[in-house]
Design a protein around this ligand. Structure first.
Ligand code: GTP
Ligand code: MG
Length: 170
């Protein structure tokens, strides 16, 4: 490992979809069924090694409640990657993903790569968003798509580890 690359990552998505839970699963390998709703935003870091390169992830976990929306541009503005999260059991949270993509496209940087996470895949018996439609939408906008569970940890490290390969060569 020769040098450490800084990588700013922002999590976006409706309140309750599991943004904080995904970050806490990735950073601390913990999960709480009573995770509190985020106020404003929270910041965590974790350094990982992918393909012999070290990345210091600077992770901004934003608050999904509408009253905090006006704060969010300052978190995505110079982000390397945005992870937009929805809850596979709540179709309106997938509509919110599309709204975030539009906002990023108009107000964000064209260099910010997008990953879409369909979270709570442990609740697949209550699924309301088909894998195929989410994958088709992600393909259409050139985003990574992955289903995750912060509860079981399924695909959580994988999602974060796939970000470096998405970044433009620098
Ligand atoms: P805001 O901070 O309000 O924007 O919400 P958030 O997106 O950060 O959601 P949070 O991580 O607080 O999770 C909301 C609720 O969903 C909590 O009760 C979590 O325990 C639960 N939760 C999060 N991820 C999962 C998951 O993968 N599976 C299940 N079953 N529950 C989850
Ligand atoms: Mg939160």
């Amino acid at each position: 490992v020769s040098s450490i690359h800084d990588c700013k990552i922002v999590l976006l998505g409706d309140s309750g979809v599991g943004k904080s839970s995904l970050v806490l699963r990735f950073v601390n390998n913990t999960f709480s069924p009573w995770q509190e709703s985020t106020i404003g935003a929270s910041f965590l870091t974790k350094t990982i090694v992918v393909d012999d390169m070290a990345y210091k992830y600077q992770i901004w976990d934003t608050a999904g409640q509408e009253k905090y929306h006006t704060l969010i541009p300052m978190y995505y503005r110079d982000a390397s990657a945005a992870i937009i999260v929805y809850d596979i059991t709540k179709p309106e949270t997938f509509d919110a993903v599309k709204a975030w993509v539009k906002e990023l496209r108009t107000m964000g940087s064209p260099d910010t790569v997008v990953a879409i996470a369909g979270n709570k895949c442990d609740l697949a018996e209550n699924r309301a968003v088909a894998v195929e439609s989410a994958q088709a939408y992600a393909d259409e906008i050139g985003a990574l798509f992955i289903e995750t569970s912060a509860k079981t940890a399924e695909n959580v490290p994988e999602m974060f580890r796939r970000i470096p390969a998405m970044l433009p060569a620098s």
